[in-house]
Design a binder for this molecule. Sequence first.
Ligand SMILES: *Cc1c(COP(=O)(O)O)cnc(C)c1O
Length: 401
Amino acid sequence: MASMATTDAPPPGGRPLLNRRLTEFGTTIFAEMSALANRTGSINLGQGFPDTDGPESVREAAVRALRDGRGNQYPPGSGVPELREAIADHQRRFHGIGLDPDTEVLVTTGATEAIATALLALVEPGDEVIALEPYYDSYAACIALAGGRRVPVTLRPRDGAYHLDLDELRDAVTPRTRLILLNTPHNPTGTVLTRGELTAIAELAIERDLLVITDEVYEHLVFEGDHIPLASLPGMRERTVTISSAGKTFSFTGWKIGWVTSTPELVTAVRSAKQFLTYVSGGPFQYAVAEALRLPDSYFRELRDDLRAKRDLLSAGLAEAGFTVYRPAGTYFVTTDIRPLGESDGFAFCRSLPERCQVVAIPNAVFYDHRAEGAPFVRFAFCKRTDVLDEAVARLKRLTP
Ligand SMILES: *Cc1c(COP(=O)(O)O)cnc(C)c1O
């Protein structure tokens, strides 16, 4: 029967189906680990999504937009004016950055699409793209889709936290470097780049005439120090594409509303790619996010304070369970070293953890080109209810007799 084709038969077209640029990436670890969590009834501290939805008023705003017929048909390609204005006002209110909502703001389908479209728009085949390693998993795949060559600069643990080596960054720049892809606050390490580090990056970008794409989706989840947008530094506005999103800030990761802010020229370039990928992004949600961005300061403060307490709870529990803990200054995640537990292979450890104590985590090695560099490190998400974290800690303590 035709439907019983064996795996020995050549695929239709006579060559591997998946194009060569993507074969190295396979399926993301998050799918494997979330399936494992479901199968074993484990607490899933793998993927970074909150287990409690964002503000009720924002949810209601989305319902109202749907009912009132706002955004149910193709919204404008740049995003609805209400949201573009709210994004511009947000950048002024929190970061002192002035933007023209008509020419300097582009709404995207999450930060994920913003990253993809910015890279597709700005990278020519053969261009080198410097990215901080360990990196968010879509970076490598999108650089590859754009035909670019990724050049990792590795953050390393020292004195209880991860740090960027500025000399290494400088040395990574070649005549073929097109751009630096930055992420601060940084997933998975929780590093928040300081003003000094950002100033050095800015000087390098200006000196070598590089563009910078900066992923700032955790801009409001900073527990230590301050988030400083690279675009706010002198001379950086004209060469920086800033990306953020509603998912992490408002605990609606399923809504997929993100945005790009930059100069009119760079926004136009990114929009040129976006128009042929999704054309427009989720209409009614855009109106809801416009309202969310205007929530009072107390909302943003409480979100941060709540997550800080959860960071402290999980970090203390992991330390008691025997892990070395790298205290994150921001984000949803804490990175640990499993070697004090007598383990050295994060992959094997994460695959066995559900059996051993019914908790799921992510091996940091998946975020590295140099997998060996990341081998003994494992990431846990703390954007979960306190009772869930308490239970996870109790289970993890069973690892040490
Ligand atoms: C979650 C995340 C994203 C994706 O954001 P969406 O708005 O959900 O597409 C991008 N970058 C980093 C670093 C993230 O952690």
